[in-house]
Design a protein around this ligand. Structure first.
Ligand SMILES: [Zn+2]
Ligand SMILES: [Zn+2]
Length: 130
């Protein structure tokens, strides 16, 4: 027999400002904030489209534990296509930053007549693994 007298556990969602049943909500790994799964889906898909590959953080502005969502977490809330788009945008963002850095270094070496070995060292140690 199901216990119909007990009230279901509810969670307050700061995105839609309403109480929702716990089973309809999801918690973020990085900070533990809980929002409706549907709200997170809307939020993450918007962040993917508008963010240009920027790290997607907790939608709660007051949340300081903003480490950002991992790729796999992002993929939980958006379609496969959007998850791919996010990864690509994030990669391009890193690449653009890297190309800018190389240009700065090359320009610096040209003006100072420095050795290209220094540039090679930086390329070998780049986070992109180039
Ligand atoms: Zn909500
Ligand atoms: Zn949070």
């Amino acid at each position: 027999m199901a216990d119909s007298t007990s009230t279901p556990l509810t969670v307050f969602c700061k995105l839609c400002l309403s109480h929702n049943e716990e089973r309809d909500t999801s918690a973020l790994h990085a900070c533990g904030c809980v929002f409706c799964t549907q709200c997170l889906q809307h939020y993450v898909s918007l962040a993917v489209r508008e963010g240009g590959g920027a790290l997607i953080t907790c939608p709660d502005l007051a949340c300081r534990g903003a480490e950002g969502l991992s790729d796999s977490e992002v993929a939980c809330f958006v379609s496969e296509g959007q998850a791919e788009l996010y990864k690509r945008l994030k990669f391009e963002r890193g690449t653009v930053w890297w190309l800018m850095l190389v240009q700065v270094i090359v320009g610096h070496l040209r003006s100072t007549g420095g050795h290209l070995g220094a540039l090679m060292m930086i390329i070998m140690n780049s986070p992109q693994g180039w």
